[in-house]
Design a protein around this ligand. Structure first.
Ligand code: AHR
Length: 494
């Protein structure tokens, strides 16, 4: 390991505000896919794995610590093949259905009441995605009534009979998922009309809900523009749902160049978000502001494609670096990027948690969410960084250290996150805070692994660990060392 000769200089300017960081960018996505729901979250009320109401406690307790703002479920592709009435009432009476998207049998034991219980246990708001692909308008509208209406109706009596007299008040509702693909291979013109029918009846059932228009993954030339153009005047669109996955490499045996390519993939993520937020801004002029919900994002490696009924992959320190860099990009979008849901929560794709029967482990991605939650609802502030530059592609360079900072709304705390992208060089950092010579670090954490390909496995000693970061106060500078491929968060009292 080599140390760069000149220290990296980071200057934070807390009074130069760049807009609010929406708490909802720290949200997640779980789907009934492979071991995502069954085994990963739901083990059943008779399981010997410690559980409450059938939901595994180790997973729920770990997720609670992340203070995720919102949890999107039950899909994904699964949503457009899901009939919510199958998942309510006594468990023994629920029909077993074929989960056609993911080639599995679904007992329906984990349904609406259990989704809500899970969200309550982890402290996240639920975001349900309605079935537009194979469902009906009335089915989607009735789900809103069952969940949110207070008045005495047959459906709300049914909710009470099933154990919940009070409404669930589900605020966010997706109107289908990836309608250009597994949501029914629709054209944008056709979906726009379908959206308006569904959204209209969902909205009149509960005028307070926020509706998500199904957008693209940034590579379908005109989808986003056409669906926005055809729906924005309806006053029914609150959010454009947008998806993108990154990787195109093995989960653990990637080359150094492939690792570095993750930085250029982050740049392409930023371009996609710039376009999506720009379109939403353009179509917000009619009155109702439309923002972006990046409601599926993450890595999808070659192993994730190997078994298309499970989408399982390992998660090395590369995922930690990738996630931290992605959050730095999200912080730049102000509230125009209103929500972002990492994909997916347990055992699927870039999971936060992996389980193996009664054992579980926390991935590097989990730890980044844990470290970065301090930025939630903060005011992004200006930073200036002088760092060596790194070759990340044949003709591409990037600064070796990425920095993002936010100030708590009450102005008392400042949080600075830093990523050392270099695989070989540790960086000595000199951090200063303009106009706050007396600011002192209250807390500093480092996510680090001896080797970038290190990863955690259920039941084994952690190879990627969160640890205290040693800081040295030197006049009005804070000095510390960032090892290669590491992520740190320094929190200061102002
Ligand atoms: O996350 C896996 C799948 O990827 C989702 O079900 C779908 O929305 C996306 O294409």
């Amino acid at each position: 390991m080599e140390r760069q000769r000149n220290p990296v200089k980071v200057k934070v300017i807390p009074d130069h505000h760049k807009g609010k960081i929406s708490k909802y960018i720290y949200s997640h996505f779980a789907e009934n896919l492979g071991r995502g729901f069954y085994e990963g979250i739901w083990v059943g009320r008779n399981s010997e794995i410690p559980q409450a109401d059938g939901i595994r406690l180790d997973v729920a307790n770990a997720l609670k610590e992340l203070e995720l703002a919102c949890m999107r479920l039950p899909g994904g592709n699964f949503a457009d093949n899901y009939h919510w009435q199958d998942g309510i009432g006594p468990e023994a009476d629920r029909p077993v259905r074929y989960n056609a998207n993911w080639g599995a049998v679904d007992s329906n034991a984990f349904g609406t009441h259990e989704y809500i219980r899970f969200c309550e246990m982890i402290g996240a708001e639920p975001y349900f995605c309605a079935n537009v692909g194979s469902g009906t308008v009335e089915e989607a509208r009735a789900w809103v009534e069952y969940c949110n209406v207070r008045e005495d109706t047959a459906l709300t009596r049914l909710r009470a009979a099933n154990g919940h007299k009070e409404p669930f008040n589900v605020k966010f509702w997706g109107v289908g998922n990836e309608m250009w693909g597994c949501g029914g291979k629709m054209t944008p013109e056709y979906y726009s009309d379908v959206f308006k029918r569904y959204a209209f009846y969902m909205r009149i059932t509960d005028p307070g809900i926020k509706l998500v228009l199904s957008g693209s993954h940034g590579m379908l030339e005109d989808w986003d523009e056409i669906v926005l153009q055809k729906t924005y005047k309806s006053d029914l669109v609150d959010l454009l749902g947008f998806h993108a996955y990154f990787g195109n490499m093995p989960d653990l045996t990637y080359s150094d160049d492939q690792y570095l390519s993750i930085v250029s993939q982050i740049r392409s993520m930023k371009k996609k978000l710039t376009r999506a937020t720009g379109l939403c801004r353009a179509y917000s002029t009619y009155g109702r502001p439309i923002k972006v919900a990046f409601d599926e994002w993450g890595t999808w490696f070659k192993e994730g494609f190997a078994d298309l009924t499970r989408l399982e992959q390992q998660s090395s320190m590369l995922n930690g670096v990738f996630t931290a860099l992605a959050f730095h990009v999200f912080h730049e979008f102000n509230e125009e990027l209103y929500m972002a849901n990492g994909s997916e929560t347990v055992n699927v794709l870039q999971a936060l948690i992996l389980t193996d029967r009664e054992k579980m482990c926390l991935t590097p991605t989990y730890y980044i969410y844990k470290m970065f939650k301090v930025h939630k609802d903060g005011i992004a502030v200006e930073t200036r960084t002088e760092a060596p530059s790194l070759r990340i592609g044949d003709s591409e360079q990037a600064p070796a250290v990425s920095v993002s900072a936010s100030r708590a709304e009450d102005g008392t705390r400042l949080h600075v996150s830093l990523v050392n992208i270099s695989l070989s060089d540790e960086q000595e950092v000199e951090l200063s805070i303009k106009d706050f010579p007396e600011a002192f670090a209250a807390h500093a954490e480092l996510l680090y692994a001896d080797q970038v390909r290190h990863h955690n496995k259920p039941g084994e000693r952690e190879q990627v660990r969160l640890q205290p970061l040693e800081l040295r106060q030197d006049g009005n500078l804070l000095r510390f060392i960032l090892p290669p491929h590491s992520v740190a968060v320094v929190s200061c009292q102002l």
